[in-house]
Design a protein around this ligand. Structure first.
Ligand SMILES: [Zn+2]
Length: 436
């Protein structure tokens, strides 16, 4: 393993990008730097505490020092209104590099070795999510839907994450925002967003070193073609309803003995035996046209051996070669696509990241910029969990995520720490975690 990663390194990565954002304000109204507003908003997400800045302003008044400065490098703490005004005009694309710098730091130090799947490739799962919805608050970048006389405003984003079977954490990569275009359905927008992400980022990876995992919506000729053109592999969910040509061909092959390979494995799940049946076939048409892309296909069906009840079923299309030696690995990699939902969106939405907080929605980019800072906070916590031993020990000892963040909130309200390491070390020692 590498040398470990500290929060100060990660924060300076973010600070570097914030400092590079061109000044958009004119006149004398520049008491606070863009960097201060960005780091202050980031600190709220990182601490999962809407009150963090209020406590630090109070601490500054009483003690002439505060944790927003010592932990996150915030020069002066702007008010929430000032943060909103300073950040609203900042395009979130200005904060793409911190994701890649964080990724590079983890990779260079050997912390991403466990994120490999089939053929030693990195597994990247990409999915879309709605991160804001309101019937009142809106901005010009909102997606607008009319239904039963009711108007709903919303924002969506595509979030790619590095994931791996059996790996608890996902490593968030830079998001692609879905901006509404007139006359386009949601699906078109998601499909355009994933293409933009691929075109923008494929050159960051060694050729053929990545397998993209996406759902049925993205399992179509143009995207798969694009992925291959950019030397990226894919394993996409492939449902019969949306892949008529492929499943018709499969039905024909079922008439030919040996054309579809099958393998069944018994697995003990701790309570009863499951039968895992794999079926696979090579070179099937992805669509019904002369120029179709030919893909390999496999499916996995899991049933309770005793009752015959089906527990799981899914099929995938891939460009990876499939045979009896690797079909199980392809299926398990295909299934790990769900990690973007389970370990990604679920954590962001339900576990304390307090998106939107009280900074508001803004009139330009605020909503998307705040989400970007939130995703960076998510990435940096993951990075520490992967690459900082003291952080790992403290998190493990405190059990539920909530306890860890409650303690962070309380400690930083009353005590000013010199830096993050001192704060972590304080928790580590008070919890008697130091060996011997
Ligand atoms: Zn909006």
């Amino acid at each position: 393993m590498g040398k470990g990663v500290q929060l100060s390194e990660l924060v300076s990565i973010l600070e570097h990008s914030l400092v590079g954002i061109p000044e958009h304000r004119t006149g004398d109204n520049t008491v606070y730097e863009i960097k201060d507003a960005g780091l202050a908003a980031f600190s709220v997400f990182f601490m999962q505490s809407p009150s963090f800045l209020a406590y630090q302003r109070a601490m500054q008044r009483k003690k002439d020092k505060n944790n927003a400065r010592s932990l996150f490098g915030v020069g002066g703490i702007p008010s929430d209104g000032q943060i909103r005004n300073i950040l609203d005009p900042v395009d979130p694309s200005q904060l793409r590099e911190p994701f890649w710098d964080g990724y590079a730091l983890l990779k260079a130090n050997g912390y991403l070795e466990r994120y490999h799947g089939i053929g030693g490739t990195f597994l990247i799962s990409i999915d879309g999510s709605q991160y804001f919805s309101s019937q009142k608050i809106h901005c010009p970048n909102c997606r607008v839907q009319e239904r039963d006389g009711q108007t709903t405003y919303s924002h969506q984003v595509m979030v790619p994450v590095l994931c791996a079977p059996g790996e608890e954490h996902v490593v968030c990569l830079d998001p692609e925002f879905i901006t509404p275009q007139d006359g386009h359905e949601k699906q078109d927008c998601e499909q355009q967003a994933i293409k933009r992400w691929v075109e923008r980022n494929s050159q960051r990876f060694e050729p053929w070193s990545v397998t993209i995992l996406a759902d049925d919506l993205h399992c179509h000729h143009p995207l798969c073609k694009l992925l291959l053109k950019h030397k990226l592999h894919f394993i996409h969910t492939c449902k019969p309803e949306s892949h008529q040509a492929l499943y018709e061909e499969l039905a024909l092959l079922e008439q030919v003995e040996g054309a579809i390979s099958t393998m069944t494995v018994r697995q003990w799940n701790g309570r009863y035996y499951e039968c895992w049946t794999y079926r696979w076939a090579k070179r099937l048409p992805l669509r019904k046209t002369a120029d179709t892309l030919w893909v390999n296909w496999c499916e996995l069906t899991i049933v309770n051996e005793a009752t015959g009840k089906q527990l799981f079923h899914s099929g995938w299309a891939t460009d990876h070669e499939i045979d009896a030696r690797c079909v199980a690995e392809i299926a398990v990699d295909g299934r790990s696509r769900w990690k973007v939902e389970n370990e990604g969106f679920n954590v962001l939405k339900n576990r304390g990241y307090n998106f939107e907080h009280n900074f508001g929605h803004g009139q330009e980019h605020l909503s998307a910029l705040l989400l970007t800072l939130l995703l960076l906070a998510f990435l940096f916590h993951t990075a520490l969990d992967l690459a900082c031993l003291v952080y790992q020990k403290v998190r493990q000892e405190l059990g539920p995520r909530r306890t860890f963040f409650n303690d962070l909130r309380a400690l930083t309200r009353y005590i000013c720490f010199n830096d993050w390491q001192q704060l972590l070390w304080f928790m580590y020692q008070q919890l008697d975690l130091a060996p011997g």
